[in-house]
Write a protein that binds this ligand. Structure first.
Ligand code: ATP
Ligand code: MG
Length: 493
């Protein structure tokens, strides 16, 4: 028995091969404010996670022959000069999949709500945008439920529409109302908070929970107190989470709130990495920072499953200056913008959409027939009213036709004003605008417009529910429906 065992062991030992395992180590040569310079450690890839001797993690974003510039993911981590650092071979990634729905995560996928995530698939945060042949034209509408946006700057599924305006002009509210309006529309929503106060994010979350939106939403958050690296990663991570669903053929909406703070985080990181500052001290590749993110929004071709990813980036302007560096960059990358104005907001016109400067370059093609029909001349009417309103300030003697135009414009503006949390369905929006066009609100003073609108809708719901239902189901609109609605409202067509 014994010789057998010893010969067996001998054989095993003889055939045992000892392969050298190579660990590449680098050394920390400088530490400053969450940015670390490492010497040695060749062959790293962009965005690779590196682990320091203290257990801290960093991301390599400046690659050189004999070293790397690394940003720490957690600024509170302690890294000392001379300590060792090792590559992990892993590029920053996030968990993706159905199990994420209802969760709040940070940009590297750690749950922030205390609930563990059971994810099997991981996507790297930086991924190439779908190529040309994998795409098709934007053709389906993404209803926000906000009448002024759906009529004047309609958004299509797969589009990129910028929400831009000064601070406190209702930017976040528009994005949240849009998410809340997606209930029952078979849409997955992702809200990405970048550089906001934790208390603001908490109130957004509460808003979504109360509206029942967390059943189809994911929140990706990097707060103002998180490291610039995490803030930088947040939108890419949110996009990767959305891409998973898009590739499954679903419709996805991603809100980036907001990209101005994202650019500022990237600037902080770049300056600490001693990259040369350019205009407004932003590094030279700041345009690419946002273009490679927003290019990932797409309407995939039917061969690729037909999924869509709609992006609603938000930009905060200073003093209404939309021609500053970052705003012009993002305006030129996106397919249109919703420009919110402080003055309108403070005059009670909310959402404070400036109709002259807001545009949607592809959305009209995706608008439903009903919306297209009733909103055709609206923009011109509003523009005429605004122009006339400015002129009429100088003279009190107005002829009858000018007065009529001003009255009608004022009522239209009141109709397009909508309190937050109120969402109109397609049929409701169509009916309101149709009635407006046919004089259904002619004797209503602007201050009573909101209540008059809801009374009319209640009346229509009672008198012609079928016509409303057909519009909601098919998006269609013909003479028969028009007559039914007008009759229901007591207007002879
Ligand atoms: P910030 O620059 O701080 O991010 P913001 O532009 O995102 O601000 P919001 O936070 O959306 O603005 O809105 C500012 C305030 O205006 C909030 O208190 C919100 O409740 C209110 N508000 C926004 N839109 C409307 C609306 N349509 N009706 C009534 N109140 C509104
Ligand atoms: Mg906001």
């Amino acid at each position: 028995m014994t010789p057998d065992i010893s010969s067996f062991l001998k054989k095993k030992i003889e055939s045992f091969s000892v392969e050298p395992v190579v660990y590449a180590y680098g050394t920390v040569s400088r530490v400053s404010d969450g940015v670390v310079r490492v010497t040695g450690l060749p062959g790293r890839s962009y965005g690779e996670l590196l682990q320091f001797e203290s257990g801290a993690f960093g991301m390599a974003i400046d690659l050189e022959e004999d070293g790397a510039g690394v940003v720490l993911l957690n600024t509170a981590d302690v890294v000392s000069v001379g300590s060792r650092v090792q590559g992990t071979g892993r590029v920053c990634d996030v968990p993706v999949g159905e199990s994420l729905i209802g969760h709040v995560i940070d940009p590297i996928g750690r749950p922030l709500d205390g609930k563990p995530i059971d994810a099997k698939t991981y996507y790297t945060v930086e991924r190439p945008a779908p190529d040309l042949v994998s795409r098709q034209g934007v053709h389906a509408p993404m209803e926000t439920g906000i009448i002024s946006i759906d009529t004047l700057v309609p958004i299509g599924r797969g589009q990129r529409e910028l929400i831009i305006g000064d601070r406190q002009t209702g930017k976040t509210t528009i994005a949240l109302d849009t998410i809340l309006n997606q209930k029952g529309q078979n849409m997955i929503c992702i809200y990405c908070a970048i550089g906001q106060k934790a208390s603001t994010i908490a109130s957004v979350l509460q808003n979504l929970q109360e509206g029942g939106a967390m059943e189809y939403s994911v929140v990706v958050a990097a707060t103002a107190s998180d490291s610039p690296a995490l803030q930088y990663l947040a939108p890419y991570a949110a996009c990767a989470v959305g891409e998973y669903f898009m590739e499954q053929g679903k419709d996805v909406l991603v809100v980036y709130d907001d990209l101005s703070k994202h650019a500022v985080a990237y600037r902080a990181m770049s300056l600490l990495l001693r990259r040369s500052p350019g205009r407004e001290a932003y590094p030279g590749d700041i345009f690419y920072l946002h273009s490679r993110l927003l290019e990932r929004a797409a309407c995939l071709s039917d061969a690729k499953g037909g999924g869509t990813l709609t992006a609603l980036p938000i930009i905060e302007t200073k003093g209404g200056n939309i021609s500053a560096y970052i705003p012009t960059n993002v305006i030129s990358i996106t397919d249109g913008q919703i420009y919110l104005e402080s003055e309108l907001f403070h005059n009670g016109i909310r959402p404070a959409v400036n109709t002259g400067l807001s545009v949607s370059r592809v959305g009209r093609a995706a608008q439903s027939k009903a919306m297209r029909k009733v909103s055709a001349s609206l923009r011109i009417e509003l523009a005429q009213y605004r122009e006339m309103a400015v002129f009429s300030r100088f003279g009190s003697d107005l002829d009858a036709s000018t007065k009529k135009l001003l009255d009608s414009g004022e009522r239209l503006t009141a109709l397009l004003t909508q309190p937050k949390g109120l969402h109109y369905t397609l049929s409701e929006k169509t009916a309101l605008l149709l009635l407006f066009k046919h004089g259904g609100f002619d004797d209503v003073p602007p201050s009573r417009m909101q209540s008059a609108a809801s009374e009319k809708l209640a009346q229509l719901r009672e008198k012609c529910p079928d016509a409303l239902d057909t519009i909601d189901r098919t998006g269609d609109f013909d003479d028969a429906i028009e007559q039914a609605l007008l009759k229901g409202a007591g207007i002879s067509g």
